[in-house]
Ligand binder design. Structure first.
Ligand SMILES: [Zn+2]
Ligand SMILES: [Zn+2]
Length: 250
């Protein structure tokens, strides 16, 4: 029954895909493609098997797609695990290598520091011995000068003047001189950062971080471009019908 006119809906409007009564037809559907309800029923009934086959086919297609996607997820997860392990190994090796270099570097610094200290101690011992010798000389000179024995004075005097070491150009380098090594290590760090930054995957990640959310407007798109319903995808149209549809809209 038609809710508006309380008459039997004996007609079918193909334009509106609605069951209508004769008054509906006269009022609103005159220019529409309207057929008797029975005729439409027969027509649709004839397509039933085909439609059922289509539905089953589409269902099968989707089952296959589900299996395919699930499989892809499994594969990508396994690949990700493998990749993680491999990169972990490489990074661990890199860290170890850097730590080893650091330990060696520290060892070289300490070694040089020890050598400097040892050299300094040698000089200090020598200098203290000479100070003691000079103190003894001044004491002896004082004693000799008091003596009446001129013969003894002349004989002993030269021993008080025997030359000692010339210390003018002797010294210990207090600067540790590792600036070159330190800047080499700094350079190495910069290079590692640069190389890591250049890794394609990391680059991709950075690109995604800076991605902008775009929506395409089908009304302004060029006639050979087809925009997806959500406005997120665009592709070149290959069918003429699609193309003409688009251009008609434009
Ligand atoms: Zn009606
Ligand atoms: Zn209609």
């Amino acid at each position: 029954m038609c809710k508006t006119h309380s008459k039997i809906t004996e007609l079918y409007c193909r334009t509106d895909k609605a069951c209508i009564c004769i008054l509906c037809f006269k009022n609103d559907h005159k220019s529409h493609n309207v057929v008797p309800l029975e005729e439409e029923y027969e027509a649709v009934m004839a397509k039933k098997d085909e439609t059922m086959a289509n539905i089953l086919k589409m269902k099968q297609c989707r089952f296959e797609k589900i299996a395919e996607i699930e499989n892809s997820v499994d594969v990508s997860q396994r690949e990700a695990e493998k990749e993680k392990e491999a990169s972990e190994q490489v990074f661990t090796d890199l860290i170890r290598s850097v730590q080893r270099s650091q330990a060696e570097f520290v060892e070289v610094i300490e070694e040089r520091c020890r050598a400097t200290k040892q050299e300094a101690e040698g000089f200090l011992t020598e200098l203290r011995t000479e100070v003691a010798e000079l103190e003894s000389r001044s004491g002896r000179l004082q004693q000799l000068s008091l003596s009446e024995d001129h013969h003894h004075f002349l004989q002993s005097f030269p021993t008080l003047c025997s030359p000692l070491k010339d210390w003018t150009n002797i010294g210990v380098h207090s600067d540790v001189c590792f600036e070159a090594a330190r800047s080499a290590v700094t350079l190495l760090k910069q290079r590692v950062d640069e190389i890591v930054e250049e890794l394609p995957e990391i680059k991709m990640k950075r690109m995604r971080e800076h991605a902008v959310d775009l929506t395409f407007d089908p009304d302004t798109a060029f006639c050979t471009l087809v925009i997806s319903q959500d406005g997120k995808q665009v592709r070149e149209c290959r069918h003429k019908t699609e193309c003409s549809l688009q251009s008609k809209e434009i």
